[in-house]
Design a protein around this ligand. Structure first.
Ligand SMILES: [Zn+2]
Ligand SMILES: [Zn+2]
Ligand SMILES: [Zn+2]
Length: 252
């Protein structure tokens, strides 16, 4: 299994429009952050987690040849508004892509983008996606997958565990039942946002507490703002790093 960080940035991306701070002006490519998303490859199949606002750019950058399934974490704009960029893959492969998410997330995505969903599409548009609501573990492309319910301030979001790797973007707290599903991780990718606190996201201190609790072999902090300079990574505890766009992790 291989995971690629397609986007490691918060909703504004980094650099942020109009900002000339040291991180937005940084020449380190790891300080250039598109909106949060990952690609999981297993048995030659590709799972995209979220259709970020930067999906087209990310797919071109990483030369993604096709998408076999999409998982949604929640319906904030930075995580779903690139959904139309799946159209290019459809024109080539002519396949309807299954899209997974919690029943409520799927309901909201269909409500916002009914014209691309099988059984809901408007005349004149071919269906791009087929909805698959999930609320328990399942297997896909040889990968054991567990949805992980998370709290994102007053909202709910869904993390996903793929074998022994977990992707928990956009969260501010992890319910006890979900913590029990996150034992024995090789890799934890978790929302770390920035140094200052935020009501709807773990900040770096909060994410590090979760890392301490779960003790994954390797941890990556993602969904980062322009408060975070990649070169400050050396201040993180051993085994914890800042995610950056294009980073790939091979897992057995
Ligand atoms: Zn977000
Ligand atoms: Zn800035
Ligand atoms: Zn969000």
């Amino acid at each position: 299994m291989k995971i690629t960080i397609l986007g490691s940035g918060t909703s504004t991306g980094v650099p942020m429009v109009g900002c000339h701070c040291p991180v937005c002006s940084s020449t380190d490519p790891r300080d250039k952050r598109t909106r949060a998303s990952i690609l999981v490859e297993s048995e030659g199949m590709r799972i995209l987690v979220d259709t970020s606002t930067d999906l087209r750019r990310q797919a071109l950058r990483e030369q993604v040849p096709q998408i076999d399934a999409v998982f949604f974490t929640h319906t904030h704009a930075d995580h779903i508004n690139g959904i139309d960029d799946l159209r290019g893959f459809h024109f080539i492969h002519r396949r309807v892509i299954p899209c997974y998410g919690s029943p409520e997330t799927i309901r909201q995505v269909i409500a916002g983008f009914s014209y691309i969903f099988k059984d809901f599409q408007t005349e004149g548009y071919s269906p791009l996606m087929e909805a698959v609501p999930v609320d328990g573990p399942f297997e896909l492309f040889g990968c054991r997958i567990r949805p992980i319910p998370l709290l994102h301030g007053p909202f709910e979001s869904t993390g996903y565990r793929f074998n022994d790797a977990a992707y928990l973007t956009d969260c501010s707290s992890i319910p006890p039942d979900s913590l029990t599903r996150l034992q024995g991780l090789e890799l934890l990718i978790i929302d770390g946002l920035r140094y200052s606190p935020h009501p709807n996201h773990f900040n770096i201190e909060g994410a590090l507490k979760v890392v301490q609790q779960l003790q994954p072999r390797r941890a990556l902090l993602t969904h980062l703002t322009h408060e975070v300079h990649h070169c400050d990574e050396k201040r993180l505890p051993e085994g914890t790093e800042f995610a950056y766009d294009g980073l790939t992790i091979e897992l057995t």
